[in-house]
Design a protein around this ligand. Sequence first.
Ligand SMILES: [Fe+2]
Ligand SMILES: [Fe+2]
Length: 346
Amino acid sequence: MSNKLNVVVVDDEIVNLLLLESILSKDEYKNVFTFDNPLEALEYIKNNKTDVLVTDFNMPQMNGIELLKETKAIYPDLVSIMITANNNNEVMYEALEVGVTEFLMKPVSPVIFKLRFKNILELKASLKLTQNFNRLLNEKVEETTALLKKSEYEALEVLSKAAEHKDPETASHIARVSHYSKLLAKAYGLSKEEQDIIYYAAPLHDIGKIGIHDNILLKPGKLTKEEFTQMQEHSSIGGSILHGRENPYLQAGEVVALTHHERYNGKGYPKGLQGKDIPLYGRIVAVADVFDALTSKRPYKEAWSFEKALNLLIEEKERHFDPQIVEYFVENLDEVKRIYKRFQED
Ligand SMILES: [Fe+2]
Ligand SMILES: [Fe+2]
């Protein structure tokens, strides 16, 4: 596409048209297209990029303001000169309202027209400059935001990786819990942004296990009552590790760590929250985490079959889990199965 400005000149009086054309005359900066009929001009404008419109006001087929209005609707950045026969205020108001850039009185003085036209071109150039500047600025902001996001994700990954070294649960468990949680968030109708937040926050659910003794964490057999009480501490430890951060992923991580062992019937821990008092992220990760723990092999148990684990979720509706979230899980079984198969242990 050429960088030349396209100038459309419209006047029903051929003499005027020829005069304007001769003043403007084509050069390396602009193409000039003349029309003695505004309807033909409009047809041309609809099909060809138009930067500048020079138009007479009084024309039999369509007046200059109508033409300007239609042209502006297609090219909001259009600059324009309206030529009027007299000092009619009504016409000037109307033209200004439509967004005309300059007025000229008939008879047109070549010197004034030249100067006015020069003004208009400068205006057009500075508009273009501003637009380019805004575009560049936007690109820069997007770039910086992406970079910032990337470093946020990296920090989260470091945190999850650190926890992994302590926790016998595997990387594929973490990945599946993230994907199940995101799927449930989507089914729940949460925004893309919130789906993204829970996806990155879910891996932090057991971060508090960093604070649990290895002899409890890695014990192959059943835990004693006292050991189990200590093990339960991982929720509040995780919550306190992540507490008080500005980063939305860490904030969500705190919620998830603190509430993923709460139960819908109020019999969970650490607080015994009930029903919808349990934050949504906690209710979602609870379903994702338990389902995946059941279908995974652990030092102390074999992996349950997909169907058996699913039946447990359904049985535990209202008791352990938010029934609505279990329903979303069941409604999206195809996608659940895809995730289940995609991230298998090595
Ligand atoms: Fe946990
Ligand atoms: Fe887990």
